[in-house]
Design a protein around this ligand. Structure first.
Ligand SMILES: Nc1ncnc2c1ncn2[C@@H]1O[C@H](COP(=O)(O)OP(=O)(O)OP(=O)(O)O)[C@@H](O)[C@H]1O
Length: 326
């Protein structure tokens, strides 16, 4: 198990991780979610002793990473896919890692097979595609057959086949009883893989809960109705004990409503409907709301606006232009 206790990391004035306390449970995939710059990679680096905490502590099975003998047998990690010497073959890279942790040579062939790289084992890493590099990184993580696996944004830049492969791999590893800790900035991705969620924003813990609980708390459903006979509709709805809320674009919404019941109710009151549609708030929306105050680089609100509108793209160029004209 990975345990973090009041873990904090400061880089000069910048606090990248602040007072993080949580545990990563065994036997499930835990999604480590946060917008860009939230502190996910910094936290993962501290777990692996690649960065020293400013305060607090993090332990793996009760020990600091540095205290683990042959650490690859406890924890395997994919942090940067291309952290391989470009002149080395996949086989040699893994063999070198195996020897440093007294892992038997046969395990190199086994993991190359597991990740589908056996046929390119003797190729130099410089010729590898992003997907192959990612698979080699995963082979390194699996090399010591560790109980704990950690992946930093493993699906970034992969094609759909590669993404599906990684998803299934993570689920399979957790099903074997391992601890799988995976970071992402996409809720939609985590919804498909994670059983548990740890959400951070600006280095702070925002949520630590099961995926099922997150879905229950955040998947609001409603039925949207549009009608030319608004007053009659509202009377009918209120008469049935419902509380319609005004929705976008002249529509009305009934939280947790049943479309069949609402359609029948409207028909009984002779109300014509132009729309009767179930609405489901996406988990991505819920995640964006949760982290809205923590986004490090925010656009000036919504979609990019063309130059000349009120959104401040940076006004320096206008001042410089004016100075030139005067
Ligand atoms: N070596 C460093 N020196 C100074 N600041 C750093 C350093 N490493 C990270 N930071 C800052 O700490 C914050 C957290 O960065 P980190 O890379 O951990 O975030 P992240 O959640 O992994 O983001 P992303 O999804 O963009 O990779 C950011 O503001 C980043 O600029």
């Amino acid at each position: 198990m990975i345990e973090l206790h009041q873990l904090t990391k400061r880089y000069g004035e910048k606090t990248a991780v602040q007072d993080l306390t949580f545990q990563v449970p065994q036997g499930v995939v835990t999604g480590f979610l946060g917008p860009n710059g939230a502190g996910k990679s910094t936290t993962m680096r501290m777990i692996l002793d690649l960065d020293r905490p400013s305060s607090g502590r993090v332990t793996i099975d009760g020990k600091r990473y540095g205290q683990l003998q042959e650490p690859l047998k406890y924890i395997g990690a994919l942090l940067e896919a291309k952290a391989v010497h470009p002149g080395r073959t996949a086989y040699d890279h893994l063999l070198w890692l195996a020897q440093s942790n007294r892992i038997p040579k046969q395990r190199v062939d086994r993991v190359l097979e597991l990740v589908g790289l056996a046929s390119v084992a003797k190729k130099r890493a410089r010729g590898f595609s992003l997907g192959m590099g990612q698979r080699l990184g995963i082979a390194s993580a699996l090399l010591g057959d560790p109980e704990i696996l950690m992946f930093d944004e493993p699906v970034n830049g992969l094609d759909p086949e590669g993404i599906l492969w990684i998803r299934n791999l993570m689920k399979g590893l957790a099903a074997e009883g391992r601890t799988v800790f995976v970071s992402s900035h996409l809720m939609s991705e985590m919804a498909l893989t994670a059983d548990h969620l740890v959400v951070i924003g600006r280095g702070r813990l925002l949520a630590d809960l099961s995926m099922a609980e997150f879905i229950k708390q955040n998947s609001r459903s409603a039925v949207r109705i549009r009608t030319p006979h608004v007053e009659q509709l509202l009377d009918a709805l209120r008469g049935a004990g419902l509380q319609p809320q005004s929705g976008p674009d002249g529509t009305w919404e009934i939280e947790d409503g049943d479309p069949a019941f609402l359609g029948d109710l409207a028909a009984r009151h002779g109300v014509t409907l132009h729309e009767l549609s179930p609405q489901q708030a996406s988990l991505e929306e819920a995640f964006m709301q949760m982290t809205a105050d923590s986004v490090e680089y925010q656009t000036g609100g919504g979609a990019p606006q063309p130059p000349g509108t009120d959104i401040a793209w940076g006004e320096g160029w206008q001042h410089r232009q004016q100075r030139r004209e005067n």
